[in-house]
Ligand binder design. Structure first.
Ligand code: ADP
Ligand code: MG
Length: 240
């Protein structure tokens, strides 16, 4: 479904992502982990079209998408969430998700259709459509972020730090939600997180980035035993 090959991004001379390659099968949940600053969000930005790669190729369902604008990639069926949710504060919850539904469908949806899609997405993440946007806490904002991505109608979802800022019960809930999105909606997922914890129980495979380089790819159980991975995560607590 997704083939990333030799993907690199430099900011000036700084290599944020260096020759990263991986493939993703339809229906998979792939975990992408690594300490803060290891290039996870940049990888998402490159795949989703928010940034142009310095080099390398990204093929989505057989089509090269590297360097295409974000709206075109979204309309092809590839949606992403942002690590830091920034909803439109002047719009209602429902309007925010309707806007996303329209964004994913080239602005061509009838209002009733956008409404239906938004309702379905909000229902999926368990956010009451009537809730006000002002009082949303961290967990609700993460749900809204997911609902906006789902409303675009993706086949592939890139979820960036869906657990950030949540308490333990909320994290459990959010992790199960990603699993449900995969099983119920059949959406393939790449899930970025800087902590291993919960993610390791849900994902089929995991890739570990460090300083922009892929240092591990394999099963979660193998990652937990890998010397370089454990050095980062369990070593001396020096990073992440
Ligand atoms: P992660 O999501 O793994 O925490 P990022 O991909 O956000 O890491 O960042 C990787 C590195 O690239 C960091 O050192 C970060 O400071 C740098 N970086 C990210 N975005 C930019 C940017 N727009 N301009 C310059 N440097 C950036
Ligand atoms: Mg990040």
């Amino acid at each position: 479904m997704l083939e990333v090959s030799g993907l690199s991004k430099r900011f000036g001379h700084f290599p944020a992502v260096s020759a990263v390659s991986f493939t993703l099968r339809k229906g998979e949940i792939l975990g992408l982990i690594g300490p803060n600053g290891s290039g996870k969000s940049t990888t998402f930005n490159l795949i989703a079209g928010a940034m142009r790669p310095s080099s390398g190729s990204i093929r989505f369902e057989g089509t090269e998408i590297g360097g295409l604008p974000a709206h075109r990639i979204c309309r092809m069926g590839l949606a992403r969430t942002f690590q830091i949710p920034r909803p439109f504060r002047r719009l209602s919850l429902m309007e925010n998700v309707m806007l996303a539904a329209n964004y994913g469908n080239s602005g061509t949806l009838a209002k009733s259709d956008a409404q239906r899609r938004a309702e379905r997405a909000l229902d999926m993440v368990g956010l009451p459509a009537a809730d006000g946007i002002e009082g949303l806490g961290a967990a609700a904002l993460k749900k809204l972020e997911l609902a906006r991505a789902l409303a675009t109608g993706p086949r592939l979802l890139l979820a960036d730090e869906s657990l950030g800022g949540l308490d333990h019960a909320e994290m459990e809930h959010a992790a199960l939600m990603l699993e449900t999105i995969r099983t119920k909606l059949g959406i393939t997922i790449v899930w970025v997180e800087h902590i291993m914890g919960l993610l390791m129980r849900i994902v089929d495979r995991v890739i570990v980035l460090d300083h922009g380089e892929k240092i591990f790819e394999g099963l979660p159980e193998a990652a937990a035993k890998d010397a370089r991975v454990t050095e980062i995560y369990l070593g001396h607590g020096r990073r992440g």
